[in-house]
Write a protein that binds this ligand. Sequence first.
Ligand SMILES: *[C@@H]1O[C@H](CO)[C@@H](O)[C@H](O)[C@H]1NC(C)=O
Ligand SMILES: *[C@@H]1O[C@H](CO)[C@@H](O)[C@H](O)[C@H]1NC(C)=O
Ligand SMILES: *[C@@H]1O[C@H](CO)[C@@H](O)[C@H](O)[C@H]1NC(C)=O
Ligand SMILES: *[C@@H]1O[C@H](CO)[C@@H](O)[C@H](O)[C@H]1NC(C)=O
Length: 217
Amino acid sequence: MEISACVLAASLLLLSSFSSATDSKNNPADELVSVINSNRTSHKSPALFDNAGLGCIALQYIKAYEGQCGEVGDSKKPPDSSFIDTFAPNCGVEAPTLAPITGRLLACQSTYVSPEAAFDILIENARSLQILHDKNHTEVGVAVSGTDGGAPYFWCVLFSNGTRNSSFVLQGGVAKTVRPGCFSGNNDDCSGASSLSSALWTMVAAAGIAVAYGLGL
Ligand SMILES: *[C@@H]1O[C@H](CO)[C@@H](O)[C@H](O)[C@H]1NC(C)=O
Ligand SMILES: *[C@@H]1O[C@H](CO)[C@@H](O)[C@H](O)[C@H]1NC(C)=O
Ligand SMILES: *[C@@H]1O[C@H](CO)[C@@H](O)[C@H](O)[C@H]1NC(C)=O
Ligand SMILES: *[C@@H]1O[C@H](CO)[C@@H](O)[C@H](O)[C@H]1NC(C)=O
């Protein structure tokens, strides 16, 4: 009895130290936007507006892969019509305010990595660096999601040249709940504890697939 109580106490301690560690990270999608913007500004490209509607759409974009990490490397991608047919309505984005996507970066990983590490994986070659620094972008939306809260982990960055307050406009100003997963611009806490929690417990498989690519548009 005493032993099992002790074990329980130890697990609770472990659990709480895990959640406080992840809580302090706030929202990994917002963190990736910060990394992107600081890299852009240090390379003389303007910082991008973090558009929540676009962030929510980035999460929908991820979900279209249905957890199929292997399909990320092929130039397979959701049809453009899915933006208006499913992504916008699922997010509560007003369809007439959809703006052109001027760049996309996508990566899939078997383990959860930090936003800084995700940035390095996403920016893997000259083409993706060009997409990152493109002066035609005006806004960005970032999402990260594991499949049903577990591996594999997808990171998606969508760039647009829309105008900041008339593109990807959310009905009533708030995105619909689209968990599991985190997206940028929503002013919310999306920590390991609330949304990527099983990430912490499935971080076992170290080796695996790491694909990233930039789509020319
Ligand atoms: C911006 O990112 C690129 C690609 O990862 C990197 O090579 C470069 O050093 C970064 N620039 C700064 C100022 O950190
Ligand atoms: C930016 O947009 C202009 C006009 O649409 C186009 O000609 C140019 O190639 C674009 N630049 C990049 C880097 O994509
Ligand atoms: C946005 O990008 C699209 C596609 O590159 C282009 O056709 C359009 O003219 C651009 N719009 C603005 C406002 O720059
Ligand atoms: C749109 O955004 C600009 C700044 O980016 C702001 O000055 C303006 O008031 C906004 N317009 C509306 C209608 O919210």
